[in-house]
Design a protein around this ligand. Structure first.
Ligand SMILES: CC(=O)SCCNC(=O)CCNC(=O)[C@H](O)C(C)(C)COP(=O)(O)OP(=O)(O)OC[C@H]1O[C@@H](n2cnc3c(N)ncnc32)[C@H](O)[C@@H]1OP(=O)(O)O
Ligand SMILES: CC(C)C(=O)C(=O)O
Length: 369
């Protein structure tokens, strides 16, 4: 798992971590057990340069720390100067990026790939090369770019779905082709979420033979974000049986740390780490969960450090109400429970939010009447 919260995640408008915050997050990512931390883009600012250096000092003995560089010597030298031994060199290969952004021909781009990967290798770095906008690149040219990077010595080839235009089916086919020509080099995937498919596409990439996935905590990143660390990890672990080496019980606290430091709230319905990811109000569900949580929870909240939240409202049933009252030391017979439940439903129908304390107060009033 390559975590790029501190690089692609931080590129999102409104997120600018301080050096100390970046180090704090890196320490948490190392604790969590990610294989590689993309710490930043050292050429982009003095703060980024210092942050990548500090992250290496703090966690470099626990995890690989990698820095981003354009395909030019200045950026690569900055990564070297920061002391990193891994570098992520990228240059776009799609017609639209080459023509309008880079203003380079195909030949010039291939030359840049070769020269810069070779240059980074000549400094003893582990080199990961990304053909930016790979998924909108003419496939023949993409293969040429990948082969060029490998010839120049690249250790890993990362295939970015830069603007998230793949479906799991098309991405699977593309990654299969890249894997088939990559030999013993690790193929990686980097998926954006413009159509809400970043996690699904990442998983399709793994199914096609990718052995590294770029992710960010809470899926933060450019535009609609990147593939979310917690989703990809739990799909690989629970649905596909991979051993991913992540301490999954730290996922929730990692998610909260990044949310707080970045000032970006976590969606209520976010899988794995959202407030409602293990929330139940509907009576039939709550009854099932009380009897056996697996009836309505495909994974346990403890496994990811999240919490089960039983709520009350107009969809509540007797079993759930009884449980919520018993947890507050209130024991009622079925007839009394029915009266309390009717009162709760009446209030909820009128739009009121009912907390466990409200239920307790209704029950106490009934007991004292
Ligand atoms: C898909 C991605 O996430 S790619 C990573 C994107 N991340 C960032 O841009 C964050 C950090 N960026 C920065 O701090 C700045 O953009 C810098 C320091 C990299 C460059 O800043 P500036 O020199 O002011 O240039 P600016 O950002 O306006 O334009 C980018 C330049 O890099 C060139 N460029 C873009 N990508 C690459 C590449 N992979 N390899 C080589 N050159 C590239 C562009 O063609 C343009 O060149 P030009 O100045 O000759 O026209
Ligand atoms: C630098 C590359 C991998 C990137 O972030 C992207 O294409 O989205």
């Amino acid at each position: 798992m390559l975590d790029t919260t501190l690089r692609d995640g931080e590129q999102a408008p409104g997120i600018d971590f301080t050096i100390e915050q970046k180090v704090q997050i890196a320490k948490q990512l190392a604790r969590l057990g990610v294989d590689v931390i993309e710490a930043g883009f050292p050429a982009s600012s003095e703060g980024e340069f210092i942050a990548t250096k500090k992250i290496l000092e703090e966690v470099g003995d626990q995890t690989e720390v990698i820095g981003l560089a354009r395909a030019n010597k200045y950026d690569i030298d900055k990564v070297i100067e920061a002391g990193l031994s891994s570098i992520h060199v990228f240059i776009a290969t799609s017609e639209i990026h080459m023509k309008y952004k880079l203003k380079m021909t195909r030949e010039e781009v291939l030359e840049r790939i070769y020269d810069n990967v070779k240059y980074a290798k000549s400094h003893g770095l582990i080199v990961e090369y990304s053909p930016e906008d790979a998924t909108r690149t003419d496939e023949e040219f993409l293969i040429k770019a990948v082969k060029t990077a490998i010839e120049a010595g690249a250790d890993r080839i990362n295939i970015p779905d830069t603007v998230g235009t793949m479906t799991p089916f098309t991405f699977y086919d593309k990654i299969k082709k890249v894997v088939s020509i990559a030999g013993d080099k690790i193929v990686s995937v980097h998926c954006h979420n413009d159509f809400g498919l970043a996690t699904a596409n990442s998983i399709a990439g793994v199914a096609a033979g990718a052995r590294q996935v770029h992710v960010t905590v809470n899926g933060i990143g450019e535009r609609a974000g990147n593939a979310s660390l917690e989703e990809v990890v739990m799909v690989l672990k629970k649905l596909m049986g991979y051993e991913v080496g992540i301490k999954t019980w730290l996922l929730y606290e990692t998610s909260r740390l990044v949310s707080e430091l970045g000032g970006i709230p976590i969606p209520y319905f976010k899988a794995i780490v959202g407030e409602n990811a293990f929330g139940h109000e509907a009576g039939i569900h709550v009854h099932g969960v009380i009897e056996n949580p697996a009836t309505y929870e495909p994974l346990s909240p403890e496994e990811v450090g999240n919490f089960r939240r039983l709520a009350l409202g107009k969809h509540s049933g007797i079993h759930g109400l009884n449980k919520i009252l018993e947890e507050q030391g209130i024991y009622l017979d079925t007839e009394k429970l029915k009266i309390v439940l009717a009162e709760i439903k009446k209030k909820a129908d009128a739009g009121e939010k009912i907390s466990p304390e409200d239920a307790k107060n209704i029950a106490l009033k009934l007991m004292n009447s």
